[in-house]
Design a protein around this ligand. Sequence first.
Ligand code: DGY
Length: 315
Amino acid sequence: MSAIPIMGDGLPQPLLDLLGNGYRVYEWDTSEGSEALATCVGVITYGHPRVDGPLMDRMPHMKIVSNHGVGVDHIDVAAAKARNIPVGNTPGCLDAATADMTMALLLASARNIVTGDAFARGPEFVHYDPSIMIGHEVSTCTLGIVGMGRIGKQVAKRARAFDMPLLYHNRKRDEAAERDYGAQYRSLDDLLRESDFVALNCPLTKDTTGLIGKRELELMKPTATLINMARGPVVVTSDLYEILKAGRIRSAALDVTDPEPLPRDHPLLKLSNLVIAPHLGSAAHKTRRRMIEMTVENLAAGLAGQALPYQVHSN
Ligand code: DGY
């Protein structure tokens, strides 16, 4: 039997190993006359390449888009549905790792871990000085979680163990979160006004694009920190830069940015009241292994014309 042609963007060796010999894997190629587009029956999106209706139309044999990751904002799911192409993703397995990273950024910014690391390695650290880099006890700080979904709940669970009072904002009230984690519902504006840390854990949709701009940032306490674990475009980058530069909020901790990555000379990267990571939310060994497995399971099901084990549904 000949190998099944699929296209993937920079697929890692563990994923290729799991696919095995049954597939002919084309590198991502959307150029005119691309053999991959003409022949492939499936696509694996690994590093967020854009898959939209026009691209789908150029793939006459495509049966499945299997996304490595839970966020599918780079895929036009409605366009796929209109063409009867199922889209799969990897929900659930990365919630704990992403929540860990949310807490890591929260703690890093509360306790000056990054600036402290640089200082501790530098020539100026010649004696212990109790008066430097004094941070904040997170147990006295209120955490506002925007997006009380699977990841938001894992953040709430961790923050509760740190004794942090919890607020949340969500499309719908979530009684389980209120009961299990003592989280209190707030409108977005009230959450921004009352929180010491605001963690964005929502998906990127048309409703959350630009959710946090100048007006919202100005509602935050001057002592507050914004943590973006969602997607870059949830925050208006230029507004965040102006607010941070003016010291209007204490700091920001970003796992994601818009654009991503930021241009290397972007002024945001020069600010000392910013902690930044290169989109590491789910970057933990067991999580990544499971994401690969789920990606391959979805691909195989889609190619076999079966229901995907982890299917994305368009709204
Ligand atoms: C996700 O799962 O959405 C991560 O951001 C990686 O794409």
